[in-house]
Design a protein around this ligand. Structure first.
Ligand code: F6R
Length: 578
């Protein structure tokens, strides 16, 4: 989603803003822009496409105050006119979020004589602030009642003509303030500030910031202080560190992170799932898939009925719950709009809530009654890998704790090393020119293949679908013909024969079959074309092993197709709009 950055201080703001924008690239964007203050004049430069294009047209020179933006189009096409910043009257701003009532506000402003250049909701907010600022004559007053006029979500960084300050206001979209040695920054996310500082403050809804050589935060006209936090991993940990792509780096971090999470939670008191009669897991995308893995583990080992919902559906569904229901939201960013809305709904019904989250103090972390951090560090590739694996691991850890640590989760990394070095290119070569790939699995393996299928389609743009293995013959098998790739995961011995039968059905129709398995398949060697073995350990650990080869396979397929792996088209890292 859109990324915001701002700097005010003793240094030249332009290179800081450009560096910050580059570090926000992973969120996904289609255009970028910057507004800087020089000789009491605001100048705006914006461009469609890559940040390097914007950089190449920026004038040389020094400015100590600037705001910048990467836009991911929601209202209006991805082009230069719609790119931020937008200036209306005395107000120049960048925006992350969505203004729901912008049509109504636009009509109001047009009746007052305003005209607009872009198709964006953002330009309308600039107009609204300008209009009321002219009446209020006090920007603080105007920003304080913005929440009564504008409906939706917004994080705004604002320059006001004639004032050498940056103003910021946020509602339901994340915004942090970075505290540097010689000034302040503001940003949508931590990587944007790390070149200058690791100290930051997380703003809360309806906070209003006035930043000059001092930082003042107000909420409801009261001056307040927010806790100063420190990002403890290194700046390098948020960079590519020599890897060709963030995605590859993040997959390679998995062994270390998996062992670290097991160690971190070893002595920690965590939630006792056995206290609950039923569990509802709510999430989106890959986090939803991790929730499905959680369901299989919780139901199998703890015998607690567990339902998993896609957050955008859950928030509009009829709710069934009782006092012993536990609501778990799973989210890497902790800022996904639909997951937050579902969590709020659960809270309204008085259901106990647990957040399984990566981003420290994110909205979901703060709203949940209890939070468990997966400690994945910053994940920059748009397609999640390490966060997904750690979300699955978190469920395994919680279940194992309820089983009084019956299973050994230590040193999982030693079972992952050989999977990192496997020759995936050979298999990727067989797949990268295909138009369709099918994934099949049963039970927990079905949940895992759903994630594997999503990974391949989102980064390589090959159409891919995932089916419960037994379901294929109810329609989809008509699509299987000679050399159609069918990929399966088999870790569950109890249903091995069943999945094997389904693979026979596709093999008989000429499919190319790849299996990832923890079970020796020598006696079925006429059934598959390729097999990748993972170690047989236990059900709690095997999901984390089984997904790793398919993450790397997806990476290699996308590489051969020349795709923009870290920033797949149309996708954003953190989906802060509905
Ligand atoms: C896919 C992917 C997305 C996210 C989904 C939820 O690779 O990354 O499907 O899993 O957008 O995001 P979070 O976990 O931030 O709530």
């Amino acid at each position: 989603m859109c990324g915001i950055i701002g700097y005010i201080g003793k240094k030249n703001s332009i290179p800081i803003i450009i560096e910050g924008l580059k570090n926000l690239e992973y969120r996904g964007y289609d255009s970028s822009g910057i507004a800087y203050l020089k000789d009491n004049k605001v100048s705006i430069v914006k461009e469609e496409g890559k940040i390097s294009k914007l950089e190449s047209i920026l004038p040389k020179g020094i400015s100590n105050i600037a705001i910048g933006h990467t836009r991911w189009a929601t209202h209006g096409a991805p082009n230069k006119i719609n790119a931020h910043p937008h200036k209306v009257g005395k107000i120049t701003l960048v925006h992350n979020g969505i203004i729901e009532n912008y049509q109504e506000l636009k009509k109001f402003l047009m009746e007052k004589g305003y005209t607009f250049k872009s198709d964006t909701d953002t330009e309308i907010v600039a107009g609204i602030i300008d209009y009321y600022y002219a009446l209020d004559e006090d920007i603080h007053v105007t920003l304080s009642h913005l929440k009564d006029i504008v409906k939706g979500s917004y994080a705004l960084a604002i320059l006001v003509d004639g004032i050498d300050k940056i103003y910021a206001v946020k509602y339901k979209s994340p915004l942090i303030i970075g505290i540097t040695k010689d000034g302040y920054m503001l940003a949508s996310d931590i990587p944007a500030i790390l070149s200058e500082t690791n100290k930051y403050i997380i703003l809360e809804d309806n906070d209003i910031c006035e930043i000059s050589d001092t930082l003042n935060i107000f909420n409801n006209y009261k001056k307040i202080k927010r806790e100063e936090l420190e990002y403890l991993d290194s700046y390098d940990s948020a960079l590519k560190n020599g890897y060709a792509h963030y995605m590859l780096k993040e997959i390679n971090e998995e062994p270390f992170l998996v062992d670290r999470l097991v160690g971190l939670l070893d002595k920690e008191k965590t939630i006792n799932l056995k206290k609950y009669s039923n569990i509802e897991i709510v999430a989106c995308g890959s986090a939803y898939h991790a929730g499905l893995v959680g369901k299989y583990l919780i139901e199998k080992y703890l015998n607690i009925k567990t339902d998993v919902y896609i957050a955008s559906e859950y928030r509009y569904s009829k709710m069934f719950y009782n006092k012993k229901t536990l609501f778990i939201s799973v989210s890497q960013s902790g800022e996904t709009a639909d997951t937050i809305a579902s969590l709020n709904l659960a809270k309204e019904h008085g259901i106990h809530t647990l957040g399984i989250v990566n981003t420290v103090k994110s909205t979901i972390a703060r709203l949940s009654d209890e939070v468990l951090y997966i400690n994945a560090g910053i994940e920059c590739a748009v397609a999640t890998t390490k966060a997904y694996s750690l979300q699955c691991l978190m469920f395994a850890i919680l279940v194992n704790k309820c089983l009084k640590k019956k299973y050994n989760l230590n040193n999982i990394s030693k079972h992952m090393e050989s999977l990192l070095t496997f020759d995936y290119k050979k298999i990727a070569n067989k797949l990268y020119k295909k138009e369709d790939i099918f994934f099949i699995g049963r039970q927990i393996d079905y949940a895992l293949t759903m994630e594997a299928s999503l990974k391949i389609k989102e980064i390589s743009y090959i159409h891919s679908e995932c089916y419960a293995a037994g379901e294929l013959k109810h329609g989809t098998i008509s699509l299987i013909e000679k050399d159609t790739p069918v990929i399966s995961i088999i870790t569950d011995n109890n249903i091995l024969d069943k999945t094997i039968s389904n693979l026979k059905e596709v093999k008989a129709r000429g499919a190319y079959v790849l299996i990832v398995s923890s079970i020796n398949l020598d006696k079925y060697d006429d059934l598959y074309d390729d097999v990748i073995y993972i170690d047989k350990i236990n059900d709690l650990v095997e999901p984390i092993l089984a997904i790793l080869p398919l993450q790397l396979l997806a990476y290699n397929v996308a590489l051969l197709r020349g795709c923009d792996i870290d920033k797949p088209r149309n996708l954003a890292k953190s989906v802060t709009v509905e």
